[in-house]
Structures are given as structure tokens and as C-alpha cells.
Ligand binder design. Structure first.
Ligand SMILES: Cc1ncc(COP(=O)(O)O)c(C=O)c1O
Length: 472
């Protein structure tokens, strides 16, 4: 586990056991640096993690205080797994995504990052040059498993993480969405049980609905990852056939599991021989010093399927993703032949060219820097507007997750927001039974602007009106 994660856990325990009570100040950053022999940055990260867990509140010029809501009863409230015989989420997802598409709206609910952040001129040039040089036979040769140069380039990037991947086990897919849903399909039959995190990316729930699977939703501890005790219980109680999870930059919470948690999770899944479908689409959008390693690095049995994509980091709209499918590679290719037949060939060639030319790492660095800066700015504004909310402190990506009083109805808020000229993603999208309807996901990737500021102020008014907390 990271040093800041350890410090945060230690302080959390102390808060829960009453060492510091509601309203009291926890040790200053300087004091904690001395006591624990840590750098100010590490202590700050620990304090921000506690803030995102809703335990403390930063008061400018004064320090960090234990929140009133952080009483032991509130944080140790019964957390439980939810078992659902069926999932019915597609209509809500469709409705929200359609409603959020208009260019007229301030895009707080948008699912993709600010499109201006991607290297469109270079992508265009790579596409043009590949088409001019196109060997007509490549439309045949690049059928599943996909373009070999691209597969080798992806394998080389994994080698940098210390993960040995044979290009033969990589299948290029139409975005990660196809990779993930084909992976789930090879592992399950209708009626089987699968585990997801809660909250989770709604795409997982959509795939589960389409494949007619049953789902167990296991709560996530913000900043840490899926609750392992509850996962162990679910694995003991049900014949789980697969787990769909994100170790890095979880959607929607944005945290990356500490390595110790990744290891413990994989040991548990390996012990029960349950394969993982790993959704690693935000791997390049980390804010730390090094790219976090995929959970697959700890998969001693080699049974997990690792899915990635260029959609979030390099080429949105090209629809190119992949799955490292191991022993399932051939079955996935067969399934792909009857779903999309193959991934768009010009897109594959252009991306292979971009990776060959170099320069993508410099783009990734710029992208991460901008996303981190914009997120920090929006988060600071949200902390001022909503001191009573729990606001995530992501390790990467471009989403912020806000948790309010349980009375908040984010679906109603979504309708009101659209009428006021901005979008948001209601928390109900991120679970099968609307468990997170008191939460919101906001996109933090857009540049700060008067329109954005006004939309956030209006959001605060709407929320205070709904909760009857004045101001509105
Ligand atoms: C967590 C997560 N997984 C998978 C996907 C799908 O990725 P792609 O656009 O490559 O299909 C998304 C896209 O929103 C996502 O957020």
C-alpha cells in the first residue's frame, strides 16, 4: 500500500475510535511530517484522501477538521453486497447520454474528455498517409486478431510495466467496450453470477443486462478499492463466474488501488479460481509519477482478461481497443467475427503509425498535466460550493464524484440541469438499482470559463433547493 494510503488508514482508525472527535483539528501537515517522517506532499495526499472519504474538512489557513458527519455510526454504517437477479439500466443510460449530447449545454455530464485535448491534426495525417500507402490485402490480413504491428506495439507497452504479453494473445477490438463485453461473454452463460464494483461504470451493467447475467455489486472503499471482506463473502455464497473491475483510475471514483490491495484482490480471485475482466481504459491518465500497473501483473494463475483502449488517451472516435485474452484468444476472435466482424482497418493502421513514430508519450504527458490542473481547479471550486458533500480525490482521469445527503435525487436534478443549460451524470447510472441516486459525476476536463462557473453556481442553487439547505 502507498505511504499516504497507510497514513490515511491510520488516521481513519483514530477518528473512528474517537481519538479525534467531530469538529476537532487533526495534526497539522507539518506535525504529521515530523511524526511519521514523511514529505509534506505525502501527508497532503493522505489528508486529501481522508477528505474524499468524507472524514475531514479543509479550512483555509487553519487546517483539517473532523467532519460532523464522520461520526463512527456514519462511516461504519452497514455496507453490504447487493444481489440482483436482473439488471435494467439500458433505457436510463440511453436517455441520459442522448440528452447530454447537445453542443449548447455546458458539458458537466459528458462521458468523454474535452475533444480539444487530442492530437487531431497528427491523427489526420497518419490516417491520410496510411490510406495512400494502403496495401489492399491488409483489409484481409488485419481481420481478427487485428493488425500485427499494432498488437506488437501494445505488447511492448506492457513490457514496460513488467508484464509479459504475447502479441498472439492480443485481439484488437472496436473500442474497449467490445473487448469487455466479449470477455464477459466467453466466461459466462445467461443466468450466471458476476461481480462488479459499486459504484461502477454503467457500461458493465449494460453488458450484464445484454448477456442476461445476475450481478453482485460490492461497495468500493474510496481511495482503496473493492471491499475485500464483502467480496470474499460473495465468492463463498454464490457460484461467481467472473468479476469486472478497474484497478486503475476507477470509473467513476477515480482512485487507483494501492499495490497491496491489488495483490490481495488477485490472491482472493485466484484462490476461488474466478477470472477477472479487467477494465484498464484510463491507464494512461494517471496523475502520479509512474503508470500504475494492471491487476493482471498479480494474476498468478494467468486467467484474467485485460482490456484497454486508445479512446480515452489518444484517439477518441477511432474506436480502437484491445483485449489481452490469454487462453480465450481464439474464442474471442470467433465471437468478434459474429459481432462486428473486425475493427476498422484504417484506424488500426493509423494508430500503429502514431505509436511507431513516437511522440505519443509526450502527448500523454501533456494530457495528464492539463487534466490534473483542470481537475484541481474544479475540485477546489466544488469544495467551496459544497462543504457538506464528499468529493472524490482522484488519482487520474477526468471525473469527480460527489456524494450528498441521501435525500438528493440526482435524476430529478439531471432534468432540472438540462433546463438550465448544463448536463450532469446522475449517480443512479452507476448501479443496477439506483443505489447512488444521491451522487453525481461531473466531467472536469474542460477549461475554466464563465459559463462553467455559472453552471456550477446554478448546480449549487438547485442542490440547496432540493435539500432545503437555504442559499437557493
Ligand atoms: C470505464 C470504462 N470502460 C470502458 C469504456 C469504453 O471504452 P471505449 O470507448 O474504448 O469503448 C469506457 C468509456 O466510457 C469507460 O469509461
Amino acid at each position: 500500500m502507498s505511504r499516504y494510503g497507510q497514513l490515511a488508514d491510520q488516521l481513519q482508525q483514530q477518528i473512528e475510535s474517537g481519538v479525534w472527535r467531530a469538529g476537532e483539528r487533526i495534526p497539522s501537515i507539518r506535525q504529521s511530517c515530523k511524526t511519521h517522517n514523511l514529505s509534506p506532499m505525502t501527508v497532503l495526499q493522505a489528508y486529501q484522501l481522508l477528505e474524499s472519504r468524507g472524514l475531514v474538512l479543509a479550512r483555509p489557513q487553519s487546517g483539517y477538521y473532523v467532519k460532523a458527519a464522520a461520526s463512527p455510526q456514519r462511516i461504519s454504517a452497514p455496507r453490504q453486497a447487493r444481489y440482483s437477479g436482473s439488471v435494467d439500466i439500458n433505457d436510463l443510460v440511453f436517455e441520459v447520454l442522448q440528452a447530454s449530447k447537445s453542443r449548447e449545454l455546458v458539458p458537466l455530464g459528458m462521458a468523454v474528455a474535452d475533444p480539444a485535448l487530442f492530437p487531431h491534426p497528427q491523427l489526420g495525417r497518419a490516417l491520410g498517409s496510411c490510406m495512400r500507402r494502403l496495401d489492399p490485402f491488409s483489409t484481409v490480413a488485419d481481420l481478427p486478431p487485428g493488425n500485427e504491428i499494432l498488437r506488437r506495439a501494445i505488447a511492448r507497452r506492457y513490457a514496460d510495466d513488467g508484464l509479459a504479453v504475447d502479441p498472439q494473445e492480443i485481439i484488437i477490438t472496436t473500442g474497449a467496450m467490445e473487448a469487455l463485453s466479449l470477455s464477459l461473454q466467453v466466461l459466462t452463460e445467461p443466468g450466471d453470477w458476476v461481480v462488479v464494483e459499486s459504484p461502477t461504470f454503467y457500461g458493465a451493467l449494460q453488458a450484464i443486462e445484454r448477456l442476461k447475467l445476475n450481478v453482485v455489486e460490492i461497495p468500493v472503499r474510496p481511495g482503496v478499492g473493492i471491499d475485500l471482506a464483502l467480496l470474499a463473502q460473495a465468492l463463498a455464497e454464490r457460484p461467481i463466474k467472473a468479476c469486472w473491475m478497474m484497478g486503475n483510475v476507477q470509473h467513476p471514483l477515480g482512485h487507483t488501488m494501492p499495490d497491496g490491495h491489488k495483490q490481495a484482490l488477485m490472491q482472493l480471485l485466484n484462490a476461488h479460481r474466478v477470472p477477472l475482466v479487467e477494465d484498464d481504459v484510463y491507464a494512461e491518465l494517471y496523475f502520479g509519477r509512474e503508470r500504475p500497473r494492471p491487476l493482471k501483473c498479480w494474476d498468478a494463475r494467468g486467467e484474467s482478461l485485460l482490456c484497454g483502449s486508445f479512446s480515452k488517451c489518444l484517439a477518441p472516435g477511432f474506436r480502437v481497443g484491445w483485449v489481452v485474452a490469454g487462453a480465450h484468444a481464439e474464442r474471442i476472435q470467433r465471437l468478434q467475427l459474429i459481432s462486428t466482424l473486425s475493427t476498422n482497418v484504417p484506424s488500426q493502421l493509423a494508430l500503429a503509425d502514431m505509436l511507431r513514430q513516437g511522440g505519443v508519450d509526450a502527448h500523454f504527458r501533456r494530457l495528464r498535466h492539463t487534466l490534473a490542473q483542470r481537475q484541481q481547479q474544479m475540485r477546489a471550486a466544488l469544495l467551496r460550493l459544497f462543504p457538506e458533500a464528499r468529493i472524490s480525490a482522484p488519482d487520474g482521469g477526468y471525473f469527480l464524484w460527489l456524494e450528498f445527503d441521501h435525500r438528493l435525487d440526482s435524476r430529478a436534478l439531471h432534468t432540472q440541469a438540462l433546463a438550465c443549460g448544463f448536463s450532469l451524470a446522475p449517480g443512479a447510472l452507476f448501479s443496477s438499482q439506483g443505489q447512488h441516486n444521491h451522487c453525481l459525476r461531473l466531467n472536469s476536463s474542460h477549461p475554466w470559463s464563465p459559463a462553467l462557473e455559472a453552471a456550477l453556481a446554478r448546480l449549487a442553487e438547485l442542490i440547496h433547493q432540493q435539500l432545503g439547505t437555504g442559499q437557493g
